[in-house]
Design a protein. Structure first.
Length: 178
């Protein structure tokens, strides 16, 4: 039960940092880059069912807090978990240099994909070639990509330390029961 509450607190911490810190410090970035970084790292390091049951509540709560109802972000994040899980199984990605480089490049693609996904689902009424490229390759996109570089590695370090703590805590609980 303690582990459940720690994970719930951790998810709320990630959400509150995205909403209160990144949205205030970088108001021109419309992509929730902090949450996407966690989704990618979780998809690489945790088995699929655990990732799925962490991502759904976090993204739906973010959608509700940001937009008022679950919507485009939740749908995109769920699709991202499926794709990342499929790719990590097919390519046998591990925590080595090649796997981390792929994940880092994939995080660039995720940010671009979200902007394209958001464009087609929100502004799809008057699609023109010029409006599409001006929306996708705007200042927001460039700053998102530049911020993605250090943020991906920071999220990976935070996640691995938190996972070690949770694993140690679970082992203590298990040894106490026996």
């Amino acid at each position: 039960m303690k582990i459940f509450f720690l994970w719930s607190f951790f998810l709320l911490f990630v959400l509150s940092l995205q909403i209160s810190f990144f949205d205030i410090l970088f108001p021109w970035i419309t992509v929730p880059i902090w949450i996407f970084s966690f989704v990618i790292v979780w998809s690489l390091t945790i088995p699929f069912p655990q990732v799925f049951f962490r991502v759904i509540p976090m993204t739906m709560l973010f959608d509700i807090l940001s937009f008022g109802a679950p919507g485009i972000f939740s749908l995109y994040a769920i699709c991202l978990v499926y794709v990342m899980s499929f790719l990590s199984r097919q390519l046998s990605l591990e925590r080595n240099t090649v796997g981390m480089s792929f994940a880092f490049l994939f995080s660039f693609g995720v940010l671009m994909g979200y902007r394209v996904f958001f464009f087609f689902f929100s502004l799809g009424k008057d699609i023109s070639f010029d409006s599409f490229f001006s929306f996708v390759f705007s200042r927001d996109g460039v700053f998102s990509w530049l911020l993605c570089i250090p943020l991906f590695f920071l999220v990976f370090m935070i996640h691995t330390r938190f996972e070690r703590y949770i694993t140690a805590l679970a082992q203590k609980e298990f040894s106490r029961i026996q």
